[in-house]
Design a protein around this ligand. Structure first.
Ligand code: COA
Length: 142
């Protein structure tokens, strides 16, 4: 692995396969999900991006929302071996650029998300604010 991995990273939109999405989630401690569930999630998101290094999938990110006013980052993931090389930042910036380019609400738009515990500095470094008035509810599905 060279020093400037980022220079050799390709970000490719909407090629992520459900099976790879599941694998990256599991590799970084997220729960396993059924493949049809993952497929539908990818289809119904606004955009997903794959980070490719030497033909290997090393990271991903998703942007969900209504495509005009509300944007949310989901599953920003870099495989452990490639973390702390700037790839996560590239992924988030790419998704933010997409939101910017597609915003039609006027001068400002807001991009939200939920930071995994301990990952707040990653988002803060890119100018995201950690807010205390977000809302969240876990619902049990029978
Ligand atoms: C969070 C994650 C996507 C960051 O990706 P990354 O490619 O390693 O991040 P970057 O190299 O772009 O990091 C940029 C800066 O963010 C901060 N940062 C990154 N990871 C961090 C961590 N685990 N803890 C604290 N700060 C972190 C650092 O300031 C870093 O700069 P530095 O390396 O010069 O100190 C990656 O650690 C990951 O996939 N983790 C597991 C999945 C996860 O929790 N995703 C977030 C879901 S909300």
């Amino acid at each position: 692995m060279g020093e400037n991995v980022c220079e050799e990273i390709r970000l490719v939109d909407n090629i992520l396969q459900a099976e790879d999405f599941i694998r990256l989630r599991i590799d970084t401690g997220f729960a396993e999900i059924p493949v049809e569930h993952a497929r539908k999630a990818l289809q119904n998101g606004l955009i997903n991006v794959s980070a490719i290094y030497n033909d290997e999938l090393v990271g991903m990110g998703r942007l969900v929302g209504d495509g005009a006013m509300y944007w949310y980052l989901q599953e920003i993931i870099v495989v452990p071996k490639y973390q702390r090389k700037g790839i996560g930042t590239m992924i988030v910036n790419h998704l933010v650029d997409y939101a910017k380019a597609n915003s039609i609400t006027g001068k400002f738009t807001t991009i939200g998300g939920v930071s995994a515990k301990g990952k707040e500095p990653f988002y803060e470094k890119m100018g995201f604010e950690i807010i205390s008035n977000g809302i969240k509810k876990m619902i049990e599905i029978e």
